[in-house]
Structures are given as structure tokens and as C-alpha cells.
Design a protein around this ligand. Structure first.
Ligand code: ATR
Length: 301
């Protein structure tokens, strides 16, 4: 397979069910490697490629893909909201997230789902740190964060605090999910990022959902990172999770210095892909796919 071929055409693979990832850019995507492993594990005849779309041509590119026999698309930056708008039918978790990363067609209608949040939750619990009973600090209030709040709530933490540079955006997300949090007796609050040092509770899970890593920065000052570390009872008890992947981010390096375990979002990528594969292929037993071996392979590549 040509790894930089981003012009996926289902007609070129007539003997296989064709899936792909659509994005801009998309050449860097690891999804084809991941899905090829799942297809092998499940012994299914699936081809998964990359589909580049010009920003103004997303809807047309999607339509052409399905007209040519494509079975399903993963949607990545910057098209997740546009995919949401396109859908005639949305899953509960896609509705909650407000964005779609799994798209397919049935009887000419678009169906959308979202597996990013469940991917994050599964990867955290592979750590292994169980979310139930923990206090979670989520940094950021963009689309990435909105997509993970419901799956986190469903795992029964005692508290989630969303901290964002612009506090109003965090407050909006809190208002959106407050009914579910209240029903499950979970405290859900928003604060301004600059007020982190006012938090006195112990946050064993800290998730960076901001795009600060793209600027090479951590969302925390050194003082804020140290303050959070001091609230943890035992050294090495906490997990600092960055939703992006690639080389260790400024956030990961900073949190490692204050003795948090750190993790990047590569496991989340693999887990959300597994969920997409299972949704598309109607696999009932979600443990049929071995995500750990795929993650190991991707890390070693
Ligand atoms: P995405 O859809 O990937 O979540 P987004 O909607 O642009 O992207 O959101 C980016 C998030 O990163 C926002 O929460 C943003 O904070 P603001 O809402 O205040 O803009 C946050 N962010 C970006 N750069 C940051 C930085 N240097 N420090 C802290 N937060 C940052």
C-alpha cells in the first residue's frame, strides 16, 4: 500500500468492503495501519484507506465515496462538526458530543456515531486506573472535551472539574451535562484555568484536551502543576493524560516532573478505531479485537 495515497476510491477494491479516514490533512493518519490489524484479527476482507478532502468539498467528497460503494468513513480534523450536520440519524453519544467521527450510509441516509470518548475511557482504564470513585480534572472546553464528558460520567467518578482559559466555554459544557451528572450524583463544575490553585481536592486523573501542545506549551504553569501534585496523597498515584499523540508533549513532560504517570492519546486512537470497526462490522463481542497488541505495534513502528 502506498502510505501517502490519500485518494481512496472504493471502485479500485471491488472484492473488499472499503472504509477510510477523511480529513485535511490526512496523509499522516495511522488509522489504515490500525484497521488493517483489526481486519486481520477478525479475518474480514476489509480495505481501509485515506481520503483527502478540500475544506469546501467535504460533503461532495463523502457523497462520491458512498456512491462508489464505500462502506464507512472515520472523520477527523477539521470535519467532525460537518459530519454531525450531515447525519440523518445520530447515536446518543454522537448527539451528546456534538461531533461525529464514525459515518456510514443505510438506504441513502447518513448515520453518525462518536467513539472518541469511549476510546479515551477505555485507554485510561487500560492504565490501569479505574475511573469509578475518582476526581477528574479536564483542561479545555473545545470539541475534543465536549466529546468525552458523557463517557466519563458513565464511569461514575465522584467529581469532574472542567478548567478552561475562557471559563464561559467550560460553563456551557457543564450546563449541557448537568442533568446527567446530577442524576448520577456526580459533582460537575467549571473553573477558569488561572484559578487552578484554588482547587483543594485531590485529582488522580488530569486530562489535557486543549490544543496548547500544538504551540509547544503546557496549559499549566509550573506552580499549578506543583500545586496539583501536592494534593495527591501518594507519589505516583496520579495519571496525566494528553489527548494528542506523537512525541511527548510539554504537558506530559511537566506532569512527569511532578511524579504523575503520563500517557499520550495513541491508545485512545486505537480504542476509538476498535469501536468504529465493531460498529461497522456488527461485532457483538467487543473484546474480540486485541487493541493492546495493535498499540504495541504502532508504538514500535
Ligand atoms: P478542539 O475541537 O480540538 O477541542 P478547539 O475547539 O479549538 O479545538 O478548542 C481548543 C481548546 O484549547 C480550547 O479550550 C482553548 O481554550 P479557549 O477556549 O480559552 O480558547 C484551549 N487552548 C488552546 N491553546 C491554549 C493554551 N495555550 N493554553 C490553554 N488552553 C489553550
Amino acid at each position: 500500500m502506498n502510505t501517502i495515497d490519500t485518494n481512496l476510491d472504493p471502485r479500485e477494491h471491488p472484492k473488499q468492503d472499503v472504509y477510510g479516514v477523511i480529513g485535511n490533512p490526512v496523509a499522516h493518519s495511522l488509522s489504515p495501519l490500525i484497521h488493517a490489524q483489526f481486519a486481520k484479527q477478525a479475518q474480514q476482507s476489509v480495505y481501509y484507506g485515506k481520503l483527502f478532502s478540500e475544506t469546501d468539498a467535504f460533503e461532495k467528497t463523502v457523497e462520491t465515496f458512498f456512491q462508489h460503494g464505500g462502506k464507512g468513513l472515520n472523520v477527523t480534523v477539521p470535519f467532525k462538526s460537518r459530519a454531525f450536520e450531515l447525519c440523518h440519524h445520530l447515536s446518543e453519544r454522537a448527539t451528546a458530543a456534538g461531533v461525529v467521527n464514525i459515518l456510514w450510509q443505510e438506504d441513502g441516509k447518513y448515520y453518525g456515531d462518536n467513539s472518541d470518548g469511549v476510546g479515551l475511557v477505555r485507554d485510561i482504564e487500560n492504565h490501569p486506573i479505574k475511573i469509578k470513585g475518582q476526581r477528574i480534572l479536564v483542561i479545555g472546553a473545545g470539541g475534543a472535551v465536549q466529546g468525552v464528558i458523557l463517557p466519563l460520567l458513565q464511569k461514575q467518578p465522584v467529581q469532574i472539574v472542567i478548567a478552561n482559559r475562557t471559563q464561559e466555554k467550560a460553563q456551557k459544557i457543564v450546563e449541557r451535562f448537568l442533568p446527567q451528572a446530577k442524576a448520577a450524583n456526580i459533582s460537575l463544575e467549571a473553573i477558569a484555568l488561572k484559578d487552578i490553585e484554588q482547587l483543594q481536592q485531590s485529582f488522580t486523573i488530569i486530562i489535557n484536551g486543549t490544543s496548547s501542545g500544538l504551540e509547544g506549551a503546557s496549559p499549566f504553569t509550573e506552580e499549578q502543576a506543583q500545586h496539583l501534585a501536592q494534593t495527591i496523597q501518594q507519589a505516583n498515584e496520579g495519571l496525566a493524560y494528553d489527548m494528542v499523540y506523537g512525541k511527548p508533549t510539554a504537558f506530559m513532560l511537566q506532569m512527569a516532573r511532578v511524579n504523575y504517570h503520563v500517557k499520550d492519546g495513541l491508545g485512545m486512537l486505537v480504542e476509538q478505531a476498535a469501536e468504529a470497526f465493531e460498529v461497522w462490522r456488527h461485532l457483538e463481542n467487543q473484546h474480540q479485537l486485541n487493541t493492546a497488541s495493535v498499540l504495541e505495534m504502532i508504538r514500535k513502528r
